[in-house]
Ligand binder design. Structure first.
Ligand SMILES: Cc1cc2nc3c(=O)[nH]c(=O)nc-3n(C[C@H](O)[C@H](O)[C@H](O)COP(=O)(O)OP(=O)(O)OC[C@H]3O[C@@H](n4cnc5c(N)ncnc54)[C@H](O)[C@@H]3O)c2cc1C
Length: 336
């Protein structure tokens, strides 16, 4: 591959992870190319609920969420408040302690009943209140980040899938419209990561998990509620509907080959929903089902990559809310 354009860093994938990474690197004075296979933003980021909850049982993530919130505010991204509840079950001591240390209040049955009388709370209910939570418009955030990248002269190539890679001290990449060479290569390919890594001859680094989200047209207004143990979540939408779902444990299945579990998965999630809202009127059905996917770190030790090839997939279902800070922390650690 000769005649390649050189950049200090090439970032592959223009979702929230790639956009933040490219911007942070450009702010450090690096020349950066951001290469995206789609002709326009159409990825997990663009389709995300872009919900921001500040409490997480992992105190590091809570901190990243706060830092990322400030970052999004500094971009001027619009903000729609939507208080959230994080429902605890089973052994709750560690989560309660983390919540207390981070300044969150918890509510038991009576407090929850007073706050949200439309919900049928179990007498043992216990939830951490996340009253500052809310949403952003992921497409607006994408546009704002692209604008910032352009200002810092990041080369942004849409419709440029990376199809070939030559690993060397200075890596070379091919897309249908160009050749690039770089000292630092950062993959931020989201759900597609394992497939892309395999195609480019690199060991896969993450696993993908599918999540099925269901939608009801009309439903009572509820807080954004997430259950700690099951991962069940529900929240009202701006149009008066309700989104809810339970994670599925289908790992590593390409999106186009996912088994159609809409009906069974929908029924299980609907049953779960009725624990909170037993009197949903029948005419709120039918459910609409949307499939999505999360990247999760592999449990086995990560394969060794050359130390100037990086694979950024933060996973665990909620990267939008902490991607700006998580990418920055990664760069601080690995690419000073
Ligand atoms: C329906 C849904 C709801 C969600 N709700 C929330 C929420 O409320 N809060 C929250 O915090 N998170 C939420 N998430 C999760 C969050 O949106 C994702 O974790 C995050 O957007 C992932 O960003 P990413 O940049 O890693 O991946 P992506 O956004 O998927 O971006 C990866 C990019 O890489 C590109 N790419 C892949 N291969 C190549 C190649 N060979 N060459 C060039 N480009 C390539 C892809 O085209 C894509 O644009 C939700 C996700 C979904 C799908």
């Amino acid at each position: 591959m000769s005649g390649a354009r050189f950049f200090d860093a090439v970032v592959v994938g223009a979702g929230i992870t790639g956009l933040c990474t490219a911007l942070h690197l450009a702010r450090r004075g690096r020349s950066v190319a951001l290469l995206e296979q789609q002709a326009e933003p159409d990825n997990a980021t663009a389709n995300s609920g872009a919900g921001v909850r500040f409490f997480d049982p992992d105190a590091q993530i809570s901190e990243w969420v706060r830092e990322s919130h400030d970052f999004y505010q500094s971009l001027g991204a619009a903000w729609l408040p939507a208080p959230a509840l994080y429902c605890l079950q089973g052994d709750t001591d560690d989560s309660l302690e983390t919540a207390r240390l981070c300044g969150f209040r918890s509510q038991e049955f009576l407090g929850l009943k007073a706050l949200y009388p439309a919900i049928e709370w179990a007498p043992s209910a216990l939830a951490i209140e996340d009253s500052d939570a809310g949403f952003r418009d992921p497409l607006q955030v994408t546009q704002l980040l692209l604008r910032k990248c352009h200002k810092l002269r990041v080369y942004v190539g849409f419709a440029e899938p990376v199809t070939e890679l030559q690993i060397d001290l200075r890596h070379k990449l091919r897309t249908p419209s160009g050749l690039y060479s770089t000292d630092q290569l950062l993959f931020a390919c989201g759900y597609w990561s394992p497939e892309v890594m395999q195609r480019l001859g690199l060991p896969a680094h993450v696993r993908n998990r599918t999540v099925t989200i269901h939608y009801l047209d009309k439903a009572p207004t509820v807080p954004f509620l997430v259950e700690h143990l099951t991962g069940f979540h529900m929240r009202s939408t701006a149009s008066g509907g309700l989104l809810f779902g339970l994670p599925q444990l289908d790992f590593d299945i390409p999106a186009q080959q996912l088994p159609d579990r809409a009906e069974t998965q929908g029924a299980i999630a609907y049953q779960h929903l009725r624990q909170y809202l037993p009197v949903l009127p029948a005419e709120t059905a039918p459910l609409r089902t949307v499939r999505s996917a999360d990247a999760w770190p592999l449990l086995a030790p990560a394969p060794t990559l050359p130390n100037n090839i990086h694979h950024l997939a933060f996973g665990q279902g909620s990267a939008f809310k902490y991607a700006p800070a998580a990418t920055l922390a990664y760069l601080d650690q690995h690419l000073r």
